[in-house]
Design a protein around this ligand. Sequence first.
Ligand code: IVH
Length: 669
Amino acid sequence: MVPDEVRALARKLRKELNYHNYRYYVLDDPVIADAEYDRLFRRLLELEERYPELVTPDSPTRRVGGKPLSAFEEVAHVSPMLSLDNIFDRAELREFEEKLHRYLKSDQPLTYYVEPKMDGLAVELVYEDGIFVLGATRGDGLVGENITPQLKTVRDIPLRLHEEGMDAPGQLVVRGEVYMDKEGFAQLNRRRQDAGEPLFANPRNGAAGSLRQLDPRITAERGLRFFVYAVADTDAVPCSRQSELFPWLLKLGFAVNPHVKLCHGLAEVEQRYDYLLSIREKLPYEIDGMVVKVDDFRLQKRLGNTARAPRWAVAWKFPAVQATTRIIGVDFQVGRTGAVTPVALLEPVNVEGVVVRRATLHNRDEIERKDLRIGDTVLIQRAGDVIPEVIKPVVEKRTGREKPIIFPDNCPVCGHPLVRGRGEAVIRCVNPHCPAQRLQSLIYFAGKSGVDIEGLGKKAVEQLMEEGLVRDIPDFFRLKKEDLARLDGWGEKSAENVIAALEKAKRMPLARFLGALGIRYVGEVTAQLLASYFTSLADIMAATKEDFLNVEGIGEQAAGSLVDYFSDPSTRAMINELLAEGVTILPPSRGEKVLAGRVFLFTGTLSSMGRNEAKQIVKELGGQVVSGLSNRVTDLVAGEKAGSKLKKAKERGIRILSEKEFLELVERG
Ligand code: IVH
C-alpha cells in the first residue's frame, strides 16, 4: 500500500514538473533553475522506483521511452486527416480567394490566419480527461499507426493538459507537426557519419526515421519537437476562430508556432509571405511554405472539405531548395586531418537565388549507398548555411553512358597511399607532410577556431602559400609588410593591418595555441583541459601517453594523437622556430574560465571547505553547479560519506573527482 502522503507528494511533483517542462519547452521561459528541476525529477523518480504503482501515464519520468514494440498497431482517426492544396504564386492566391467567394456566394472581405508550414510529420494526439492517451501518424489519412510511447518522448507534447478554467472537452483530439530542428538534425548526422551509418537527407526524414522507431528510447535521444496547428473537431472547443484556437491551445500546454499572423485581406497575406520567406533561413527549423486558413470556424464549416483537402485552407509553398542537375565530375578534397571528402562538380543550377556548382558527397560509403555515377542527373539540396548535398540519382534519366565514381587509392595531392581507419567511414591521407593538409592546417591556425588573425582568411592563406611566402606556421610571423603589400589585391593598408594583427597574436594563451595547432581529437575543450592541467607548453611536450591519460576528460584517442604529434621532430622544430620568432605562450591565469562547459555535482562532505565555498569557486571559474544527477553532469565531486549519487554517477560513467583532485583542479585555475 502506498501511504496517502506519498501519493499526494507524487501528484504534486508530477504537476510541478509538467508545469516547468511547459515553461521551458513551450514558452521558452523557465522559472526555475535546471538544477532545481533535476532535483524535483530525481525525487519523483525515487518515489516511483519505491512504489511502482505510483507511475501514471502522465508522469514526466515516462519521457525517456519505454520498452520496444514488436510492431506498430493501426488506429483509425476520428475524422480524416486531410492534406492541403498547394499554390505557388500570387495569381493562384487570387484564384483561391475567388473560389472562396464563389462557394460562399458573397464578396465579403475575408480574414485569414497565416501559419508557417512546418516541414515535418503530421500526427494526431488524443487526450481523455486531460491525459494524453493515444498518438498516431497520419498514415493514409483514415488509418494511422499508434506511436504513443514514441510521442511521449517529445518534450513539448503535454502529457497532461492544464485544464483549469479552459473548458476542455472530455475528449480532445489535436493535430500538429512533429519536427527536428536544424541543429538537432546536424548533430544527428554528425553522429551517424562518425558511426559510419547512412545519413538522413533532411530534417523531415530525420524526424520520420526517429518517430517510426519501434524502440522509443531511440526516439527519446533524437530531440524531436512539436507544434500543434489544429483540432479534429472545432465544435468541441470553446473557440470560434483559428486565431482564438492558438492562444487557447497554448494555455492548455501545447507549443504553437509564434510566427502566426491574422491577415485582413490578400495584401496582408502577400506581405506575410515576403516576411516569412525573408526569415526562413534564420529560423531554427525548416519551413517549406505557409498555410493560409480562413479564420472563422463558421465559414470553414460552410466551405467544407473535398475528399483530399479542406476548401478553406491552402499551402503557399516557398521556392524549392532542391533542384535537379547533372554530376559532371568529382573532386577529392583533402582536409586538415587528411580526411578525403568527395565533392560533386555540377552543371551550375540556381537553387532559390544561389548558383550551386559543387555539392558534398560525404564519403565513399555514401556514394556507394546512393549509387551515384558521373553523368547522373541528380537531386540536390541546399538548406540554410549548410553545404549543398547530393540527395540521390534520378535513375530514370540514365542513358547507360554514366561512369562509376572511382575513389582514389592515393592522395590526390601528395600521392601517399590512403588509409581507412578501422570502423571509420572516413578515408585519410596519413602523410604528415601532405601539402593539402598543410594548407588546411594553416587556414585553421589563422582562422576563427585558431588564433584568429584578422585579414588572414582562407583566400589570403591560399595566396600566401601559392606565393611561397608561408609554408609552415612560423612563416606567418616572418612576414614582412613589403612582401604583403606587393601581392595581388593587397595594399599598404591591408599589409600593415595584418602585420599589426600578427604582432598582437604573438602573445597567445596556451589553450588557444594548443587548439590552433589542429591536432586530431584536440578541440577547444580538450585544449582547455590540457592547458589547465599542465600549465606550460614544455610540460606538455614532455608528457607521456600515461600523463595525458591522467587528465580527466582525455581519452585514449586524444592521448595517442597528442603523443604522436609532439614526438614528431618536425613539430618540435616548428615550435622552436615559433619561439625564436618571439611568440610567447602564456600560462593559464586565474580568472580564466577553465571550468567553462563543465557541470559539477557535489556529494558527501568536504573537509577543507564548505559546500557553498566550493560551489562559489566552480562558478568563478566558469563552471556550473547542479544539485541532482542528470545527463548534463560532467563531474561529480565526492567528499566523505558520499552516498547513492556516487554509485549512480559511476554507473553512468560520469567523471568522479576526490576532494584532493578537485582542489588540484581549481588551484591550477
Ligand atoms: S493544417 C485540414 N497547418 O502540411 C488542415 N498543416 O500538406 C490540414 N503542415 O499534412 C493541415 N504546417 O503535415 C496545417 N500550420 C500548418 C501546417 C500543416 C505543416 C503540414 C501537415 C499536413 C501537410 C499538408
